[in-house]
Design a protein around this ligand. Structure first.
Ligand SMILES: [Zn+2]
Length: 303
C-alpha cells in the first residue's frame, strides 16, 4: 500500500461533472480529456509500483513549493540509498523525438517531458538542500501506454518505455534496500510539505442554471435513472443504487460544483429531479447531514 495514495483531483471531478451536465467548449473538453488520460496513466503506473517487493515507501501525486515556485511529482519512491522520481506520460500513437518538442503525425507539438522532469528534479534538490536531506535523486519519465512509439529518440535519455517497464521493476526489486526510522521520517516530512490545493487548476466559468439536473448513474453517468421503491435503477446499464446513496452522491457533486450554495431540501429536490417526494429528500438529508439554522432558513452541511 502506498505511503501516500493518489486521488482524483477536484478539477478532474468538476470537469467530468460539467461535461456530463452541460456542453464544454472544445478547449475545455480537450483539457478535461487530457487530465482524464493523464490520471488513468498514473493509476496504471501505481498498479505497478504497488507490486514492488523491495523495501520502499511510495508517495504518489506530490506538489511542493520551493522559494516561490511550485512543482509536481507524479510518483516518488524512497529506497534505502536512493530516491526515485517519476513523471508519468500516457501518450499514445506515434511521436517523433525533438529536444524541445515531440511531434505527432499531425504535426502537433508536445513539450518534451524531459524539461518538466528536469525542472522538478532541480527544485526537489533545492528542497532537499533546505531540509538537509542527503539521499541522491534519480529522475525518469515513464511512458506508460503500450500503444506508444517514439521515433528518433537518442539512447541516453531518462525515459522508460512501455516495453522496458517490467525489466525496470525487476531491477528495482533486486536492489538491496533496508528502510529505517529516518526513511519513515523523510516520508512523513514530504507529506507535511505537500501542498493540497493546486495553483494550476483551469476551470471554465459555469452557472447552476446551465447544468442539466437529475440523478446520474454511478456506473455509466447516464441520466436515465428511475426510482423503484428504495432503489435508483439505471435504464441504460442496469446499475442499482439505494435512493439514499444516489441522493447523497449527486448532492456532493452539486456541492463540489457550487460550494457557495446552501443545501436545502428544495434545492436537492430540484437537483435530483427524479425523487418525487420532498419528504423523502428531507429524510435522507436529516440522516446524513447536520442541520444549521431553523425553519425556512435552515440548510444542511456535512457532519
Ligand atoms: Zn448506468
Amino acid at each position: 500500500m502506498a505511503f501516500k495514495q493518489r486521488y482524483e483531483s477536484d478539477e478532474l471531478k468538476i470537469l467530468r461533472s460539467l461535461d456530463n451536465r452541460m456542453v464544454l467548449s472544445p478547449s475545455d473538453k480537450q483539457h478535461y480529456l487530457n487530465l482524464k488520460k493523464g490520471y488513468e496513466g498514473e493509476v496504471m503506473f501505481d498498479e505497478m509500483t504497488e507490486k514492488l517487493k523491495c523495501e520502499c515507501h511510495i508517495l504518489n501525486d506530490l506538489l511542493f513549493k520551493v522559494n516561490s515556485s511550485t512543482f509536481q511529482i507524479d510518483s516518488l519512491i524512497i529506497m534505502q540509498g536512493q530516491i526515485h522520481i517519476f513523471e508519468v506520460k500516457n501518450y499514445a500513437g506515434n511521436l517523433i523525438y525533438g529536444d524541445d518538442y515531440f511531434k505527432t503525425e499531425a504535426n502537433t507539438e508536445i513539450q518534451n517531458p524531459q524539461h518538466q522532469l528536469n525542472r522538478s528534479e532541480v527544485f526537489l534538490r533545492q528542497l532537499f538542500q533546505i531540509h538537509k536531506i542527503k539521499l541522491p535523486i534519480e529522475a525518469q519519465v515513464v511512458f506508460i501506454n503500450p500503444e506508444y512509439t517514439l521515433y528518433q529518440c537518442p539512447l541516453n535519455k531518462p525515459f522508460i518505455f512501455p516495453t522496458q517497464l517490467d525489466r525496470y521493476f525487476q531491477k528495482l526489486n533486486q536492489t538491496p534496500s533496508k528502510l529505517n526510522e529516518n526513511h519513515m521520517r523523510l516520508a512523513e516530512k514530504l507529506i507535511l510539505m505537500h501542498i493540497k490545493k493546486s495553483p494550476y487548476t483551469q476551470l471554465p466559468l459555469y452557472t447552476y442554471e446551465q447544468q442539466k439536473k437529475g440523478i446520474t448513474c454511478f456506473s455509466c453517468d447516464s441520466f436515465s435513472v428511475r426510482v423503484n421503491n428504495r432503489k435508483c435503477v439505471c435504464e441504460d446499464c442496469g446499475y442499482e443504487e439505494s435512493v439514499e446513496s444516489a441522493v447523497m452522491r449527486n448532492l456532493r457533486e452539486m456541492v463540489l460544483l457550487f460550494p457557495e450554495m446552501k443545501v436545502t431540501t428544495n434545492l436537492v429536490h430540484e437537483w435530483c429531479q427524479v425523487i418525487e417526494s420532498k419528504k423523502r429528500i428531507s429524510r435522507v438529508l436529516e440522516k446524513n447531514m447536520k442541520i444549521v439554522g431553523m425553519g425556512q432558513w435552515a440548510y444542511y452541511v456535512e457532519k
